[in-house]
Design a protein around this ligand. Sequence first.
Ligand code: NAD
Length: 391
Amino acid sequence: MINGERTISRPLRWGMVGGGRTGQVGYKHRTGALRDNTAYKMVCGAFDLDFERGKDFGVKLGLDAERLYPDYKGLIAAEAKREDGVEAVTVATPNFTHFEITKACLEAGLHVICEKPLFFTVAECEEVAALAEKKGLIVGVTYGFTGHPLVHQMAAMVAKGVLGEIRIVDLQYSHGFNAGDDVGAPEAVKWRTNPATAGATFVLGDIGTHLYYLSEIVLPHLKIEKLLCDRKAFIPSRAPLEDHATVLMHYDNGARGRLWVSSVDAGNMGSQRYRFVGSKASVEWSDSHPDQLLYDVQGEPNSILHHGMPYLEEESLAFDRMGALHTEGLGDSWSNIYLWIAQAIDAKRRGNDAFLKTHHYPGIKAGTEGVRWLENCVRSADAGSAWVDFQ
Ligand code: NAD
């Protein structure tokens, strides 16, 4: 169980680029980082494209006005001059800025926690991985629900053979918030539907990468051999980007996968659903009932496993925060992700390679694999939804 006790030598001095008052994801980062008060201390920010608004926001978060900057370059330069300068920076800005800001932070000797989809290309991911390695720095990536203890329950059950051989992988992340057209749409929709600012995908990168990384946690032993991606813009102005996509996947053990993502699934508030089917049993988890894991054994009555209960695997109980009687949700998951990244940064700082070898956290590899998956999806879709070998 995680109860907020200090697990690293001291809190990291932490700042944010983006994630300001109007940003959708900023609060989730602060929830994740600041919840325990023992892993991060927020010291600075360049929160907003609009400096005055970002400054006012930072002051209202309780930060020193002198440490609120118009942009990331100003933040890096001024913080480098301080003895108590920032050590780790979160990048919570639109996709097209991730690469430039992450690189600049690493060059300046700062650890980075960056939003997904990490960058536009695998080549960019590999360049940054090499830079982080050279500088001895950590890059973390925030896939929101993958810190939830029931995700790790599924992973442990698969690893221990409870489900038997995995045969079917069924993944869905859909909502209807873009069912209408984009006339008068907010900035967050405008940049997401423009290839120059979003990258080569809309919903595949925006929500599909969450599905993909979570499936990698549950099925680390399976690799995709080939996939077929069919994507469509139901709102034509979004083309060539998609607001709906289906991906079929063949895994190297013969398993079959089906993943679909949509932002035009009108009326659906269910969001994310994961089902892993083995030769003996299945597990299914959805963020609409995050406390519950459906566990269905062939030939037996179906059952519901509840988070935090002693009958769960140790790998799940270790990450529980609230205890079984109370809801364990997205904020708890983000707190775990941030804690794991802080532990990685702390180990890196102290040169504890042995710890890093076995420590689970979403790092540069998690970000890179998401981008690799996107590249394969786009290659398939652009070839007329052809099967392509996974590269
Ligand atoms: P948004 O458009 O709602 O907010 C972006 C914020 O960044 C705004 O505050 C804006 O002023 C600021 N900003 C933009 N460019 C900046 C720059 N160069 N310097 C400083 N500030 C800048 O976007 P959002 O929905 O919050 O998405 C941001 C990122 O987070 C995207 O990469 C998105 O894919 C990702 N995201 C992840 C999750 C998740 O669950 N992990 C959820 C939502 C968004």
